[in-house]
Design a protein around this ligand. Sequence first.
Ligand SMILES: Nc1ncnc2c1ncn2[C@@H]1O[C@H](COP(=O)(O)OP(=O)(O)O)[C@@H](O)[C@H]1O
Ligand SMILES: [Mg+2]
Length: 269
Amino acid sequence: MATHTERLTATGPESPKATTPDTSASASAATAVADRPAVQLRALTRSFDGRKVLDGVDLDIPAGQFVALLGHSGSGKSTLLRAVAGLDHEVVGSGRLAAPSRVSVVFQDSRLLPWRRVLDNVLLGAEGREAAARGREALAEVGLKGRERAWPNELSGGEAQRAALARSLVREPELLLADEPFGALDALTRIKMHTLLRQLWERHRPSVLLVTHDVDEAIVLADRVLVLEEGRIGLDLTIDRPHPRSYRDPLLGEYRERLLAALGVKEDH
Ligand SMILES: Nc1ncnc2c1ncn2[C@@H]1O[C@H](COP(=O)(O)OP(=O)(O)O)[C@@H](O)[C@H]1O
Ligand SMILES: [Mg+2]
């Protein structure tokens, strides 16, 4: 049985409750009402083998907000992200979901096609001089200028993720969904990627939903951190600290403790 979620674009002129289902790709950020959330979930459920993994998730993400989603392994983070991305048509579920039409998704593994050069991976089939120029620009933005003609297997893990970010950017997404994008990187590379992701967000201002299991990654990057527990948003925390943030900022410690407590982790002092 497929999902019964009513999928609506979040960029139409009316409020989603009043709109009829509309999946046309023509809606764009230009028509968005400023205070309209980019993402709206209402009573979203998703089940596997009769077990509800998402059990009535309600969530609004305002346009341009940077949100991190934490939760234990198996709590349903990827299930939620895939629902918002519209990648879960085979999954049993219900609820209402509104999301922008221009969405990019980044996964833990870069998913570059090994038989295409880096620039061709970024362009994903788009042709012409203008597309190529945009692709080169995106590669320069992520620090890969000069690597346009490299093959994916010539890139380090961090460089491959930079290329994946460039590929997500060329589409100028209204919503960037990222599922543990830095989970496979070493600690130093991860910190560099945090800085890069935040810079890219500041320049392009998409809404971001970053799935992570790393509390420090969440509080250093996001302006709002959610904890998924028992199929719902158990904690919704606004991180009111200026950027760029440091892991060592003692004022982030209080947020860290609240999040760890929500995750059932006790810190030793
Ligand atoms: N395609 C699937 N088929 C069966 N069970 C699934 C499928 N996808 C996810 N699950 C189950 O749903 C639960 C949540 O998975 P997931 O969303 O991947 O968790 P997380 O990303 O938080 O680690 C897990 O128990 C997982 O085994
Ligand atoms: Mg996951």
